[in-house]
Design a protein around this ligand. Structure first.
Ligand code: FES
Length: 112
């Protein structure tokens, strides 16, 4: 088991679990504003599940990299698409503002 710290919660999950699924199942507000209703449900095309992660997770594959290359995301940012992330160790997750989570202000942090 590994631990995810997000929005003031500490969530245990199996190593290799899908980050988006674990966060949603545990009531973390993964999406900003209407993105909670208008999203691709984890296919990797909308880009609204973006978060910044500290800790060990899977490497980004081509689909995730392709979406993060398209504005308003940037290939230079630290964002990851939670729907394409496998949790491999204890991690801390931060969500930023903007419809796609692409902003520079935090919406929530690992601690709150
Ligand atoms: S839910 Fe759409 S890219 Fe992750």
């Amino acid at each position: 088991m590994v631990n995810i710290q997000a929005q003031g919660k500490i969530i245990s999950c199996a190593r290799g679990a899908n980050l988006r699924q674990v966060l949603l199942k545990n009531g973390v507000n993964l999406y900003n504003s209407n993105a909670s209703m208008i999203n691709c449900r984890g296919i990797g095309t909308c880009g609204t599940c973006a978060v910044v992660i500290e800790g060990e997770v899977s490497e980004a594959q081509w689909r995730e990299k392709a979406r993060l290359f398209v504005p308003p995301h940037s290939p230079d940012s630290d964002q990851r698409l939670s729907c394409h992330v496998k949790v491999l160790g204890d991690i801390k997750v931060t969500k930023y503002n903007g419809f796609w989570g692409q902003g520079s202000k935090t919406v929530w942090t690992p601690e709150s």
